[in-house]
Every structure is written in structure tokens, then in C-alpha cells.
Design a binder for this molecule. Structure first.
Ligand code: ADP
Ligand code: MG
Length: 264
């Protein structure tokens, strides 16, 4: 069983470009801004979360690869980011080889869970795991290690189709290795109010999934897409823009749900 001292949230969707990394970075920043100690684990070999938080490739000495291999402790790998209270375990391309390297290991699905059971992980109140865009061993590790899965869903036609596959995978993980795995919530991203189809997708998703869907809609916003090239979360780059404001609102919904869960 996972402990109750912190909250480990895996941000997953097997599709690329749906807003996983953007959500990880900005939700983490918003939580850090209200004083929570937050850790992002970048589990995508692309390393977009690391870049987007200002960690240059040449400055990534140790990474999530070393965490998964088990060669180094969290506190040796963690790096500070441009955001106070927000640390990161960066990723490097080494991670591409991990699947092969641990394929024969009996604990291959539990590497991340074991690493995050260390005392250093308990010093963070939130740990957000940014997944690659596939159901590979890295994503399975992230689901096996988490209390819950947060799903960013892009407001487009095929969104629901991919979602049922994802929810099925979460079910499988729950039945096999992580019985308490929960759906933290589904967040609709890159919403464009001028697009009728997007409106339709929002209403379909809400009909099918009800209260699991956050009220906050993340709008498509140029400032949000510009921010990573400055190595900053949108919330630091332009706090006032609609995208940043939406992510702040999302964070307050996440916190509210956490309070309700703890009270229940
Ligand atoms: P994923 O991690 O799921 O692959 P990203 O978070 O990297 O997705 O987002 C994919 C692309 O869309 C990136 O270029 C990102 O900057 C952009 N993007 C994400 N969210 C928004 C948004 N709300 N408005 C505009 N662009 C966005
Ligand atoms: Mg990503």
C-alpha cells in the first residue's frame, strides 16, 4: 500500500501533444506557489518538463534513468527549478534504453514505486509524474507508483476514444498491482470556445464522466505555448494570461478534492 504522507499523481495519456507536460509544469507551479513542496518526476525521454522548467540538457547530471536503475537516491538526483518550492528529477535520452535494461527484472513495474518510497520523497506534499505518450513500461511504473492518475484530454474528436482505452488500462493496473489507484480527475485542455466541435467534446466528456471532469477548462493560449522556450512555466512567464489563470483555478480544484478526500 502507498503511504498517506504525500500525494503521488501520475499525469498520463497515451496520446502525444494533449497537454500532459504543460499541465504537469503549471499545476506543479501553482501548488508550489501556495507553499506546497512539490516534486516533478520527468519520466519522458523527451525531457520536455525538464526543459520547460529551465533545466538545460548539459546541466542534467543524474536523471530519472538513475532513479529507475536504482543507482542513486532521490536527494542526489533532484534539482531545483526556477520556481521556489518546486524540484525536479529531470530526464535524459538514457531513459530510452531503460525498458530493455530492466525487461528481465522481476520488479520492473515497481522501480518507481520503490524509489518513491524513500524518506526523501515524503518531504514533498505533491509528486507529479510526467509520462511519455504511450503505454510502455515507464507509464506502467508511473501508474504502479501513484495514488491517482490525472488525465489531460484535448478537446478534439478522437479524445473520448483514447480515453476509454486509458481508463481500461487504469483498471488493469488497479486489478493487478495497485488496488487503490484512483482517477484524480480529467482536465480538458486547449479549449477553443469558437470551435463548435470543442464545445461538443466538452459536453460529451461531461455526460460520460460526470464529476471526474474538472470544472476548469484550460483554454488554448499562445502565451502558454511560448513559455517553455523561455524555460519557464506559463504562470511565471505571464501570470495574467488566460492559460495561467486557468491552471491556478485547476490547482485550487485539485486541492479542494484533496481536502474532501481526506475528510471522507
Ligand atoms: P504532451 O506532454 O501531452 O505531449 P504538451 O504539454 O507538450 O503535451 O503540449 C503539446 C504542445 O501544445 C506544446 O507545444 C505545448 O506548448 C502546447 N500547448 C499545451 N497546452 C496549451 C494551451 N493551453 N494553449 C496553447 N498551447 C498549448
Ligand atoms: Mg510531454
Amino acid at each position: 500500500m502507498l503511504g498517506e504522507k504525500n500525494r503521488i499523481i501520475t499525469i498520463a495519456n497515451q496520446k502525444g501533444g494533449v497537454g500532459k507536460t504543460t499541465t504537469a509544469i503549471n499545476l506543479a507551479t501553482a501548488l508550489a506557489a501556495i507553499g506546497e513542496r512539490v516534486l516533478i518526476v520527468d519520466l519522458d525521454p523527451q525531457g520536455n518538463a525538464s526543459t520547460g522548467l529551465g533545466i538545460r540538457r548539459q546541466d542534467r547530471r543524474l536523471s530519472s534513468y538513475d532513479l529507475m536503475i536504482g543507482s542513486n537516491a532521490i536527494e542526489e538526483i533532484v534539482q531545483e527549478t526556477v520556481v521556489p518550492n518546486l524540484s525536479i528529477i529531470p530526464s535524459t535520452m538514457d531513459l530510452l534504453g531503460i525498458e530493455m535494461e530492466i525487461a528481465q527484472a522481476g520488479d520492473r513495474i515497481f522501480r518507481l514505486r520503490k524509489a518513491l518510497a524513500a524518506p526523501a520523497a515524503l518531504t514533498y506534499s505533491y509528486i507529479l509524474v510526467d509520462c511519455p505518450p504511450s503505454f510502455n513500461l515507464l507509464t506502467m511504473n508511473a501508474m504502479a507508483a501513484a495514488h491517482s492518475v490525472l488525465v489531460p484530454l484535448q478537446c478534439e474528436f478522437f479524445a473520448l476514444e483514447g480515453l476509454s482505452q486509458l481508463l481500461e488500462t487504469v483498471d488493469q493496473v488497479r486489478r493487478s498491482v495497485n488496488p487503490t489507484l484512483d482517477i484524480q480527475g480529467i482536465v480538458l485542455t486547449m479549449f477553443d470556445s469558437r470551435n463548435n466541435l470543442a464545445q461538443q467534446v466538452v459536453s460529451d466528456v461531461r455526460t460520460h464522466l460526470g464529476e471526474k471532469v474538472y470544472h476548469t477548462l484550460i483554454p488554448r493560449n499562445v502565451r502558454v505555448s511560448e513559455a517553455p522556450s523561455y524555460g519557464k512555466p506559463a504562470i511565471l512567464y505571464d501570470l495574467k494570461c488566460a492559460g495561467s489563470q486557468a491552471y491556478l483555478q485547476l490547482a485550487s480544484e485539485v486541492i479542494q478534492r484533496e481536502r474532501q478526500r481526506k475528510a471522507a
